[in-house]
Design a binder for this molecule. Structure first.
Ligand SMILES: Cc1cc2nc3c(=O)[nH]c(=O)nc-3n(C[C@H](O)[C@H](O)[C@H](O)COP(=O)(O)OP(=O)(O)OC[C@H]3O[C@@H](n4cnc5c(N)ncnc54)[C@H](O)[C@@H]3O)c2cc1C
Length: 163
């Protein structure tokens, strides 16, 4: 078992956790942030999405503040013709990977435990994180806040009409 410490432990490297960390880096310039996420890559549920899944609204209104996901592209065909393009799931994942690799990690104030599951926290505020693959445990002392960025419990379930 290994040990480490952080100011904010964020459970979930999806859109919500990434946006929170992005804002925190500017709002609290001295803080340290640690992510824990079961997926191998940032982007949350988009890692599990069907290949045809896309954003519901233009990418200009999606993502984190510090890194634009906007595209001035207007769709020229299909049901979205004449409107701002909707990003595909693959594009969303590529964007969130850039947010992690080009914005958050290079700050030197962010740690990222991928393929790792938050298991709970004891009375002293120390969290336990277990690796999904090797099963190794890490104990993380949380100096300020434990941030649950899994709150919305997003799933893309099959409809009942299409088993
Ligand atoms: C098809 C589809 C299209 C959408 N289009 C839009 C759109 O156009 N605009 C918009 O604003 N929103 C849209 N949404 C809403 C969507 O919910 C958000 O875009 C966003 O991706 C949700 O992010 P999240 O961080 O809340 O959750 P998630 O993406 O679910 O991330 C949560 C993460 O937490 C991790 N996790 C959970 N429990 C643990 C644990 N115990 N330990 C470690 N990790 C854990 C999971 O592995 C996951 O990676 C869409 C949703 C869907 C399904």
């Amino acid at each position: 078992m290994t040990g480490e410490a952080t100011d904010y432990l964020i459970i979930g490297a999806g859109a919500v956790g990434l946006a929170f960390a992005d804002a925190l880096l500017d709002e609290d310039p001295d803080c340290h942030i640690t992510f824990v996420d079961k997926h191998a890559k940032p982007g949350g549920h988009w890692n599990d999405a069907y290949s045809f899944v896309a954003l519901h609204r233009p990418s200009a209104f999606y993502g984190v503040n510090a890194m634009a996901f906007a595209s001035e592209q207007i769709d020229t065909h299909g049901p979205n013709m004449g409107l701002y393009a909707l990003a595909s799931g693959t594009e969303v994942l590529a964007y969130f990977e850039k947010v992690m690799n080009l914005r958050l990690l290079p700050s030197g104030r962010v740690a990222y435990h991928r393929l790792a599951e938050f298991k709970g926290r004891d009375d002293t505020g120390t969290a336990t994180v277990r690796g999904v693959l090797p099963g190794e445990e890490t104990r993380i002392t949380v100096r300020r806040k434990l941030v649950d960025a899994t709150f919305y419990q997003t799933t893309a379930a099959r409809s009942r009409c299409c088993p």
